[in-house]
Design a protein around this ligand. Structure first.
Ligand code: GLY
Ligand code: MN
Ligand code: MN
Length: 493
């Protein structure tokens, strides 16, 4: 991208050169060198007032207030600091696309870089929450067109008053937050890992142990989704279904190019309908399907092979789907591919049946593993009995991973929850999780017959635990081998 003339020239001029060439102007107007007083004055004025007074709160504003109230109750009398995080440099002067920390976005509904939520304890109990954000650029000092974060470069920001309307929180200038935190007294906790400057301001006031308790609370509080969140997850899944259909329609183009064509096709859907993909799409064709997190996506797509596509659209509110289908590139499973696929389907069915309120979290994993172990014994790849195989975990050479995980604003959501609240916990209505068994025969696995080698199958759906069982949010995508073939034939014709 080309910068404005003066700006570019200035960036490439050393201080020494500048001092020689334009010492007077630099001193006189206090702006960047190369800006005449006349131009500086000209740029100060002639701009319309664009303040918006017609803004309504973001749709999740009521939920974020309730979440903050629960947080306040859990940590009475303590100052709580939740940063959004900062831009991260990709290279030189370009940054990665920004994504706010989940904790911050979940508590505020805001997604702005450098933002900080501070919950300040009140004398009589409860907290006053405030959102610290960068205000609109100052026109008087020229920062709006000369500074790196100037709105002329990065786009108009909401004013602090506009943000107050949108997020239902008092908003303050974030440039003061570090100083305020440094001067604050009393107990304080911060969500670590997002904003080094905020942490530095608190360094002698916080401990790792107490900060971890805050992080754990914010992970566990997200285990049960409210109906707004479930609606967002359904939107993410619906877009993902359309993304999978897009991919099937262009499989011939992928065959002519590479797995990248599939990645790009799905990404287009994610960016047009949502915020992004929720994680790097796994577009794994042929033997790549046996690599669990194959995201290089630079291999060939060949007729006769299977394509394992694991991808999810993330909504504008950051909720992501996480769906996998394993598809025969030419639209028909071979006999062996079908045999393996059907076993994984059967395992998934057993897993899905175990997802209900009151069940132990691990029940669905164990149900799916039992099916897969049974088939592996039946095929002669493992020596029975099945109970012994399960006891020793021998099926894991080919099942490799856990059968699912919580899903939400992170693809592997609620990861800081304690074991007793998650892996060793009990399913409750409102929890959302994936069920995703798989079988993977590595291309170099000498313990299986040659024809198995290089075949990988996973089927992954997104489930909501309901009052009486579960709802498959991704049921719009076919799952049985026959339905997959029919669906592909329909889309390709
Ligand atoms: N896409 C990563 C997973 O399925 O967990
Ligand atoms: Mn997945
Ligand atoms: Mn998953």
């Amino acid at each position: 991208m080309a910068a404005a003339e003066e700006h570019t020239a200035d960036e490439h001029t050393t201080d020494e050169q500048t001092a020689e060439e334009e010492p007077v102007k630099q001193r006189k107007n206090g702006l960047y060198p190369g800006v005449s007083d006349e131009l500086a004055e000209n740029m100060r004025t002639g701009w319309a007032d664009t303040e918006r007074t017609d803004l309504s709160p973001v749709p999740q504003a009521g939920r974020t207030a309730a979440r903050r109230a629960a947080l306040s109750e859990r940590f009475p009398g303590e100052r709580l600091v939740v940063p959004a995080g900062n831009l991260k440099v990709r290279s030189n002067d370009t940054d990665y696309p920004f994504r706010a920390s989940v904790e911050y976005a979940w508590l505020t509904g805001n997604q702005t870089e450098d933002g900080v939520l501070v919950m300040e304890p009140k004398a009589g109990g409860g907290h006053d929450a405030a959102l610290y954000l960068l205000p609109r650029s100052d026109r008087d000092n020229g920062e709006f067109w000369l500074g790196g974060q100037g709105e002329l470069w990065v786009g108009r920001r909401n004013s602090l008053t506009e943000s107050e309307r949108l997020y239902g929180l008092p908003c303050k200038d974030v440039r003061k937050v570090a100083e305020e935190l440094r001067e604050a007294t009393g107990p304080v906790r911060v969500v670590r890992g997002h904003d080094a400057a905020v942490e530095a301001a608190l360094t002698d006031k916080v401990t790792r142990e107490r900060d971890d308790e805050l992080r754990t609370y914010l992970s566990e509080a997200r285990l049960v989704k409210d109906d707004f969140e479930v609606g967002e997850l359904q939107k993410a899944v619906d877009s993902t279904v359309r993304g999978f259909e897009d991919v099937v329609k262009v499989l011939d183009r992928a065959e002519a190019t590479s797995e990248r064509y599939i990645e790009g096709t799905f990404f287009l859907r994610a960016r047009v309908e949502g915020n992004d993909v929720g994680y790097g799409s796994i577009c794994a064709s042929g033997p790549h399907a046996t690599t669990l997190h194959w995201v290089r996506n630079d291999g060939p797509v060949r007729s006769g092979d299977l394509l394992l596509l694991d991808a999810g659209v993330e909504t504008h509110t950051y909720y992501t789907a996480d769906v996998t289908r394993t598809l025969p590139v030419d639209g028909r499973f071979s006999d062996l591919q079908r045999k393996i696929y059907d076993a994984v389907y059967e395992a998934q069915e057993a897993g899905i049946a175990a997802v209900k309120p009151g069940a132990k979290y691990l029940d669905f994993h164990e149900a799916a593993q039992r099916v897969l172990a049974t088939r592996l014994v039946e095929w002669g790849l493992l020596e029975g009995p099945v109970e012994k195989v399960l006891e020793l975990g021998l099926q894991r050479r080919w099942t490799l991973h856990g059968t699912g995980h919580m899903l939400g604003m992170d693809v592997h959501d609620c990861a800081a929850a304690r074991r007793e609240a998650y892996a060793e916990g009990t399913l409750e209505p409102g929890m959302c999780l994936t069920v995703e068994p798989g079988l993977y025969f590595q291309p170099d696995d000498l313990t299986v017959p040659e024809e198995y080698r290089g075949i990988g199958v996973r089927i992954e759906d997104d489930l909501l635990v309901t009052e009486d069982g579960n709802r498959n949010l991704s049921a719009a995508l076919p799952r049985t081998s026959g339905d997959v073939e029919e669906w592909m034939a329909r889309l390709k014709s």
